[in-house]
Design a protein around this ligand. Structure first.
Ligand code: ARG
Length: 401
C-alpha cells in the first residue's frame, strides 16, 4: 500500500528541514513540501533543498499578488494596526499560507498538513484555525510542538540524518513578507535592552539617513494605493518600491511589548516602512473624505479588525461582515496624499481629493467666506439650552454647595 502523504509548509530553515525527516520517521508518511514566496524568497533553491532531504515533491507558489490584493489592502483599508503599533505583516500572511496548504493537500491527496510553529506563539493558532475553517477533514501536525528538541538536539538530529543545514549566525527568530519583518528572541527577550543595529535589515539608522527630506505622492482609488509620484503600478511593485524609499529614511521601526493570544506578553521588533507610510497616507485621505461619524466609528472597527486578524479569525463570517462595512466606507477614499519622509518620520505634507468634504469657502477666514456667521447665534441658543436650563435650576455644576 502506498504511504499516506503530509504537506509540510517549508521555509528551508533548520526547524522545517528537520521536520521533513521527522515526519517520515514518526508518521510513516511521504512528505510533500510547500514553499510560498510572500515577498523575498528564492523558491527554486528551497525546493531543491527539500528534494535533497527527501521530500517526494516540492511545490513552490508565488503568493505575492494574492497576499497584496486579498489580505494586505483590505487590512490597509480597514486601518488595522494591532495595539496601535503592529501593522500585522506576519498575521496577514498566515491565513494565505493556510489556504495554499489546503489547496496543495487536496491536489496531492494528502490526509494532513504540517507546519513548523512552536506551541507558544500566535502563528500555530492562525494556521490550525485557518485550516480547520477551510478543510475540517484535514489533520494538522506541528512537529516542533510535539518533539520538544532543543536547538542543539535539532542540529544533532540533522547531523545524524545527513540533513544539510545552512549556517545561521542570527540570534533572532524572524519572519518576513512584503508588509514587514518581525524579529524576536535573543537579546530582545529582555525588554530593557535597546535593539541592536543587527536587528534591522530594511531600515537605516538615523545617522545614515539623508539630511534632506523626500516628498512622495501616493495616489489612492477607493482606499487602494495605485501610483507613486504619478506612476501607476501594481500593488506588489508599489509596496516593494515604497519599502525601499521609506526604509532609506529610517521609517518603520517598531519596538513593542505585545499581548499574544496564548496569554504571554512578548517583546517584538518590527520593520514595516511601506505599511507605515501607506497607513499614514490612507488615514490622511480619510480625514478629507469621510464624515466625522464615519471617521470615529471606523476607528472602532479598525481595532476590532486588527484583533480578528491577530487572533487567527480570518476565515470567519465576522471578518467578512467587517470587510463589508470597510468596503462601503472606501467609496470616496480616492485622491492623492503627499508624504514627507525625513529622519525616521513620515508625515503628511498635503492631501487632495475630488470627493473632499473639506470646503475652503466654509473654512476660510479670508475672502470668499460663504459661512453664515449670524446663523451660529441661533444654533448656540438651542445647543446650549439644556445647559442653561440645568444651571438655572441646579446651580452651576462644580460650584461649592
Ligand atoms: N508577534 C508577531 C505576530 O504574532 C510576529 C510573529 C513572528 N513569527 C515568527 N515565526 N517569528 O504576528
Amino acid at each position: 500500500m502506498a504511504q499516506e502523504k503530509i504537506v509540510l509548509a517549508y521555509s528551508g530553515g533548520l526547524d522545517t528541514s528537520v521536520a521533513i525527516r521527522w515526519l517520515q520517521e514518526h508518521y510513516d508518511a511521504e512528505v510533500v513540501t510547500l514553499t510560498i514566496d510572500l515577498g523575498m524568497v528564492d523558491l527554486e533553491s528551497i525546493r531543491q533543498r527539500a528534494l535533497t532531504i527527501g521530500a517526494v515533491n516540492a511545490v513552490g507558489i508565488d503568493g505575492r499578488q494574492d497576499l497584496v490584493q486579498e489580505y494586505l489592502f483590505p487590512a490597509l483599508q480597514a486601518g488595522a494596526i494591532y495595539e496601535e503599533q503592529y501593522p500585522l505583516a506576519t498575521a496577514l500572511g498566515r491565513p494565505l499560507i493556510a489556504r495554499y496548504l489546503v489547496e496543495v493537500a487536496r491536489s496531492e491527496g494528502a490526509y494532513a498538513i504540517a507546519h513548523g510553529c512552536t506551541g507558544k506563539g500566535n502563528d500555530q493558532v492562525r494556521l490550525d484555525v485557518g485550516v480547520a475553517a477551510l478543510a475540517p477533514e484535514l489533520k494538522v501536525v506541528a512537529p516542533i510542538r510535539e518533539w520538544g528538541m532543543t536547538r542543539d538536539e535539532e542540529l544533532e538530529y540533522a547531523r545524524q540524518h545527513n540533513i544539510p543545514v545552512e549556517p545561521s549566525n542570527s540570534r533572532y527568530s524572524t519572519d518576513e513578507n512584503l508588509w514587514g519583518r518581525s524579529i524576536e528572541a535573543g537579546p530582545l527577550e529582555d525588554p530593557w535592552n535597546e535593539p541592536l543595529e543587527d536587528v534591522y535589515m530594511w531600515t537605516k539608522p538615523l545617522q545614515d539617513t539623508p539630511d534632506g527630506p523626500t516628498y512622495v505622492e501616493l495616489e489612492f482609488v477607493q482606499g487602494v494605493p495605485v501610483a507613486i509620484d504619478g506612476e501607476e503600478m501594481g500593488g506588489v511593485d508599489l509596496i516593494h518600491q515604497l519599502n525601499g524609499m521609506a526604509g532609506e529614511h529610517g521609517i518603520g521601526r517598531i519596538d513593542h511589548v505585545e499581548n499574544r493570544l496564548v496569554g504571554i506578553k512578548s517583546r517584538e521588533v518590527y520593520e514595516a516602512p511601506a505599511a507605515l507610510a501607506l497607513h499614514t497616507a490612507h488615514r490622511g485621505l480619510e480625514t478629507l473624505t469621510l464624515s466625522k461619524d464615519q471617521v470615529r466609528f471606523k476607528a472602532r472597527m479598525a481595532q476590532e479588525y486588527a484583533d480578528v486578524v491577530y487572533n487567527g479569525l480570518w476565515y470567519t463570517a465576522h471578518r467578512q461582515d467587517l470587510d463589508t462595512y470597510v468596503a462601503s466606507t472606501q467609496k470616496h477614499v480616492t485622491g492623492t496624499v503627499r508624504i514627507k519622509m525625513h529622519k525616521g518620520s513620515c508625515t503628511i505634507a498635503g492631501r487632495r481629493s475630488p470627493h473632499a468634504l473639506y470646503r475652503e469657502d466654509l473654512a476660510t477666514y479670508g475672502q470668499g467666506d460663504t459661512f453664515d456667521q449670524r446663523a451660529a447665534e441661533g444654533f448656540i441658543a438651542i445647543y446650549g439650552l439644556p445647559v442653561r436650563t440645568q444651571a438655572s435650576v441646579h446651580g452651576r455644576a462644580g460650584a461649592v454647595e
